[in-house]
Write a protein that binds this ligand. Sequence first.
Ligand code: GLU
Length: 317
Amino acid sequence: MAAASTGRLAPSPTGHLHLGHARSFLLAWWHARSRAGRIVLRLEDLDVERVKPGSIEDTRADLEWLGLDWDGELWLQSEHAAAFDEAVASLLARGLAYACVCTRKEIAQAQSAPHESVALAEKSRYPGTCRGRYASLEDARRASGRDPAVRLLVEPGVLELHDEFAGPFSVDVAAQTGDFPIARRAGAVAYQLAVVIDDARQGVSEVVRGDDLLPSAARQYLVQRALGLPHPRWWHVPLVTDAQGVRLAKRTDALSLAQLRARGVDPRALIAWVARCSGMDAREPASARELLPHFDMRKLPRDPVRIDAGALVELGG
Ligand code: GLU
């Protein structure tokens, strides 16, 4: 029998979860559970300066309020730092990554005038200043007097990739991003590396998440390839926006799950609303589990979901 697929919920505890998160998490959960797959929970708490006190507990409470369960213990990313250090060391040792001492300001200066006409994407590309410059982290530290970051070496060329929802897409990471950080100064691991290693360690084979992360997928693919890790299948799903079409941010408190909970919104009404805007037939309030048989990723609308005053009235909020 084929091994069961494993999906994941991977919130960052950096503020209140909102309706957009609720939709992405419900879709990931429905996707996994409707096919009797596993689903794990990981809290991406590495960016210590952005982690808000109480957010871990709040996130857990939000997920429980939505009636979502997960397999195994909650995985706190910050507790698994040794695996990130090992991966960085191995990539450095194999010449697939290198020490970089450039500051943001220096990178910006290297790209500003006289290239006024250069496209924005190109402007944020790392020009490769430190590539081949230092033999090791130690060497970089000694020679520059700075604490180095580490970048993955990106070979030129276009990657042809596939997203199960968005379809085929091609990305030229070398042209768009260039060599990108896998570790920041003082050994702090970068998101692109942490997410890849933790997905592999948690056995994640299917990733359902917001399509704001589609541009990251190609970088994650390259990290997986460099480390010899399997590539999960991706479904990058459209986001929820406000009435003006702007994607919800963690500071949009009015639509935070904590606020909706506090206002006495029935989670079953919210879940049915999410289901309806995800192509499901869900006229009555219902739990996530009750709606499992109605879930079909192929029916998911291709456009972002706009939340307006009418939707809030519908939720009773
Ligand atoms: N923790 C990230 C976020 O909340 C998601 C990372 C991922 O799904 O790969 O935006």
